[in-house]
Design a protein around this ligand. Structure first.
Ligand code: ATP
Length: 578
């Protein structure tokens, strides 16, 4: 396929913000795409060259892109930087520069999708000193053969900032429209609530949740619905975890999952999906990042105490105080997740206990369709408990409110966040929030907000980003809702620190003016607050009174999980009633 065909689709998508129109554009494009191109095209449509679970990253900085544009266009980096400051989009800069020298490229070859894809992949395989020149060469080679609009999208892909806004749901629906549902757009608009249509969409979503790979799903969809329904989880490939609904009374929790139910401590730790595959162990976060290297002791706990030639186990790793044995809140172990050096020392200083609560795959067989009670029995058979290393999640089976209340109090006393209610007869649904498990916490509602700006500190906070501008989500946009500086620590030992947060944010800085910087939405914080106020100061129309950072949640949550404006509005209305 020619790269220009894909670029035409990007351009069309850029023209509309309407979900149904985007779906139609994508569907007709997918229909035309040959099977051999599907893997590449589906990733590139999402602005990626690696599936989200792959650790490989493009890792290309703006400075390197400027050098490549400079090589391809003959313009100086200084001139390009100037233009970049004005537009805030290096893609546009590339487009204009290439436009200026269009004559020279008149005879160059047509750029193919495969060439773009391969060169971008090669970029990521180069790392370390002395590879910068090679990277510049690979990229400038592409830009030299690109037409202006192609250059724009190559640069945006490299910087992982495609700006054409395809949400996961849109891509999913377009696969349905392309292969599994016939009819024109007007009709499709009306079928969204029809049971048969919903069933097909659900099957596609489930297949995606099990594989995290839309290309695999699309290829199956091409064969028909049964092929999609046949897709299941497989050991070694990360899958999305099942999520919990929330209830605020014990009665409501029971009515969601049925009586009796399995009640478990809700540990305030870090979700871990553990795979044993071909003798090797891999630990994935809820966002499918591989954290095996950061938790070597957990690998040992599993190796020594879990039986099975291959398996997938769902668990929560919880920090505890080595002296008092009390559980510690999540932020105490948050440093462990990104640590690249001194891992063993940190593991000693901030130990974790693995609380296992589910088994999804064992000895070559998926167990997700089996009832939870049976999965838990299986888990108990394969795990040898070792307190402060690996234990089964503390569980009580009951249908009584009284017992549930007591269990909840005991959970809080032991340093947990609350309890979970789980339906005994329910299957495991990867990636879904279907209500097979319900969380019941004592704390008030918090918001998960994304950082879109910050300020450089002064005096003793020099070199750190300090005040952080937060945004909530409104469809595909982010709208500001306030600034926060409270709750972040000056010392690393005390939890999430300014230094740690600054280092995390640095790669996402888009531009700066004086003390202020604009930040590409990526890093998510859980925020507590006293009250929500109506406000004209922020784009959302609301502001938070006394916001405070509880913890960073980027490892667990993606941009699609950022709290949305509807929730803010609901909470605002609720507090007015009280
Ligand atoms: P979301 O509902 O989007 O997950 P959240 O991350 O704020 O929002 P939590 O309040 O963290 O939700 O509740 C769900 C999380 O609780 C799970 O993802 C898991 O990490 C954790 N958890 C702790 N103990 C258990 C348990 N026994 N069973 C299942 N999950 C548990």
């Amino acid at each position: 396929m020619k790269y220009s065909d894909l670029v035409a689709v990007y351009a069309e998508l850029e023209q509309t913000t309407k979900r149904l129109e985007k779906t139609a554009i994508l569907a007709s494009f997918l229909k035309k795409t040959q099977e051999s191109d599907l893997d590449m095209v589906i990733l590139l449509l999402q602005g990626k060259v690696f599936p989200s679970y792959d650790e490989a990253k493009l890792g290309v900085a703006a400075k390197l892109v400027i050098r490549a544009i400079s090589t391809a266009s003959g313009l100086t980096p200084a001139k390009l930087e100037q233009d970049w400051k004005k537009t805030g989009d290096l893609g546009l800069v590339a487009e204009r520069m290439i436009h200026g020298k269009v004559q020279a490229t008149l005879f160059s070859q047509e750029l193919m999708v495969k060439k773009v894809f391969d060169n971008l992949k090669k970029l990521s395989s180069l790392s370390g000193a002395g590879t910068v020149d090679q990277k510049v060469k690979l990229l400038s080679e592409l830009l030299t053969s690109a037409k202006p609009e192609e250059a724009k999208f190559i640069v945006r892909t490299v910087l992982e900032d495609l700006r054409v806004g395809i949400a996961e749901g849109t891509l999913r629906d377009s696969i349905v429209w392309a292969y599994l549902y016939q009819g024109n757009i007007e009709e499709k608009n009306q079928v969204e609530n029809r049971e048969d249509y919903k069933k097909v969409v659900e099957a596609v979503q489930e297949a995606y949740n099990a594989t995290n790979d839309f290309a695999t799903v699309a290829k199956a969809a091409k064969k028909g619905l049964p092929a999609v329904q046949d897709i299941s989880i497989s050991v070694g490939s990360p899958l999305q975890v099942m999520l919990a609904q929330k209830e605020t009374t014990i009665d409501d929790a029971f009515s969601r999952v049925g009586r009796p139910a399995a009640l478990e401590y809700k540990y305030d730790g870090f979700r871990m999906l553990i795979h044993k595959h071909e003798g090797k162990y891999a630990l994935y976060t809820r966002r499918l990042e591989n954290v095996t290297a950061q938790f070597p002791e957990v690998v040992n706990f599993i190796r020594d105490n879990v039986n099975g030639s291959n398996f997938i186990i769902d668990a929560e790793a919880v920090g505890f105080d080595a002296k008092t044995n009390q559980y510690l809140p999540f932020q105490h172990i948050s440093q462990r997740i990104r640590r690249k050096y001194g891992i063993l020392e940190l593991a000693k200083k901030l130990p974790v206990e693995l609380n296992v609560f589910d088994v999804l795959f064992l000895n070559g067989k998926s167990l997700i369709k089996e009832p939870f009670s049976k999965r838990r029995d299986t888990l108990a058979k394969i795990v040898t408990e070792r307190p402060k290393k690996i234990i089964l999640a503390h569980q009580l089976i009951t249908g009584e409110n009284k017992d549930a209340q007591k269990f909840f109090e005991a959970a809080i006393k032991a340093g947990n966040e609350g309890i979970m209610f789980k339906a005994l007869d329910a299957p495991y649904k990867p990636g879904s929030r279907v209500g097979h498990m319900v969380k019941f916490k004592s704390a008030m509602e918090t918001l998960d907000l994304v950082i879109v700006g910050a300020e450089w500190g002064e005096g003793k906070r020099k070199g750190w980003l300090t005040s952080f501008t937060l945004a909530c989500k409104d469809e595909d946009e982010f709208k500001e809702i306030g600034k926060v500086g409270t709750g972040i620590k000056e010392l690393e030992e005390e939890g999430l620190s300014f230094n740690e947060l600054t280092e995390t944010l640095k790669p996402y800085i888009l531009s700066g003016k004086g003390k202020e910087v604009r930040i590409k939405p990526h890093v998510i914080l859980e925020i507590k607050f006293e009250e929500i106020q109506a406000s004209t100061s922020y784009g959302s129309g609301y502001a938070l009174r006394f916001p405070r950072v509880l913890r960073e949640r980027t490892m667990e949550k993606g941009l699609k999980d950022v709290s949305d404006l509807d929730l803010v509005k609901r909470l605002y209305a609720q507090q007015k009633k009280v």
